[in-house]
Design a binder for this molecule. Structure first.
Ligand SMILES: Cc1ncc(C[n+]2csc(CCOP(=O)(O)OP(=O)(O)O)c2C)c(N)n1
Ligand SMILES: [Mg+2]
Length: 330
């Protein structure tokens, strides 16, 4: 795409650094809480390693735009501005949770942030993204939908149906593939005939926005900004960010012995390190500010855990609310 660089000032970069560290701390704490059985469930999918992609892409949106994703969703919710307190309460299934404790890790959403979740069926949210975009187009709104999806999600039918519909209806969607090189334990080249996933755009006749370094928040922001504005004016775009998942597919899956070297290589380009380097390269004496942010974030997450632990569980009435609908005929 034509490169039209958007100026990123120091305050913005510091805010992105804060968000990246906040997500990492939130996820590390969730990992501990899961092992303590304070967060329960069969799976817990952490966003650690992907932070620069989520933060950079969400920063390209306006308030009235929409975000939707799969089950690796807490980091994206934080990037969209969801408060860590109700988010952590949701993780623990509490009444004060952002979805009333009924969504949990994989199904949390926040209407006020136009953050529509959180979906566990691989690719299942893609047709929903197309539907949200159709509403925007149909009602002449100029809202864009940013739909995050994994590399694995490009290989099931939902991808074909939703991306094709987005093309024929010129829907304002950015399909953002977070290519972390694996779907569970399967490498992309094993699952995909065309492992350069952005090239799938060509088959659907939509804009191919190429590949971006998902570890670099500024590069993600610049690519996503162009993609979002293209989608707003013209229709669907496919963008691919290359990143890496630090933890197991879920936290209980820790089979990493064969991936130690690969993991070390990616951690050398950790989004926290890369963002620190960008800031220290551009501005003098910024280290103290960054260290202060690190300390502040730890306090924010301590408070979120305290808030969640001290929150009540949903009552029976809470649990059945919005689940069963009264029969109009009694
Ligand atoms: C339709 C469907 N098939 C299979 C699964 C099981 N499953 C859960 S996550 C996953 C891998 C998806 O990988 P990817 O889209 O690359 O996302 P990542 O976990 O790497 O973020 C699979 C196969 C599922 N949840 N839904
Ligand atoms: Mg993947």
């Amino acid at each position: 795409m034509a490169t039209q660089k958007v100026k990123v000032d120091k305050a913005r970069l510091l805010d992105w650094y804060r968000q990246i560290v906040l997500i990492r701390e939130f996820e590390d704490r969730c990992d501990e809480l899961y092992r303590e059985k304070k967060i329960t469930g069969v799976y817990l999918h952490l966003y650690s390693g992907h932070e620069a992609t989520g933060v950079g892409a969400v920063a390209a949106l306006q308030e009235h735009d929409h975000v939707i994703t799969a089950y690796r969703d807490h980091g994206i919710a934080l990037a969209r501005g969801v408060d860590p307190n109700p988010l952590m309460a949701e993780m623990m299934g509490k009444r004060t949770g952002v979805s009333g404790g009924k969504g949990g890790s994989m199904h949390l959403a926040s209407r006020e942030h136009n953050f529509w979740g959180g979906y566990a069926i691989v690719g299942g949210h893609l047709p929903l993204a197309a539907g949200i975009a159709l509403e925007s187009r149909y009602n002449n709104k100029d809202a864009v939908v940013l739909c995050f999806l994994g590399d694995g999600a490009t290989n099931n039918g939902y991808f074909h149906e939703a991306v094709n519909l987005s093309a024929v209806w010129d829907l304002p969607v950015v399909w953002l593939i977070e290519n972390n090189l694996y779907g569970m334990g399967t490498p992309v080249e094993v699952a995909s005939g065309q492992p350069e996933l952005h090239k799938r755009a060509i088959a659907y006749g939509i804009k191919d926005a190429g590949r971006v370094d998902g570890q670099n928040v500024v590069e993600v922001y610049e690519a996503a900004s162009e993609a979002v504005e293209y989608a707003r004016k013209n229709g669907p775009v496919l963008l691919e960010a290359i990143t890496f998942r630090y933890k197991g597919h879920g936290v209980s899956d820790r089979a990493y012995s064969e991936r130690v070297e690969e993991l070390a290589q990616w951690q050398a380009r950790d989004p926290i390190i890369v963002t620190r380097e960008i800031l220290t390269g551009r501005f003098k004496n910024v280290e103290a500010e960054l260290d202060k942010i690190d300390a502040e974030v730890k306090t924010i997450i301590d408070r979120a855990v305290e808030y969640a632990e001290n929150s009540p569980a949903p009552t029976y009435e809470d649990l059945i609310r919005n689940v069963y609908v009264e029969d109009a005929n009694g």
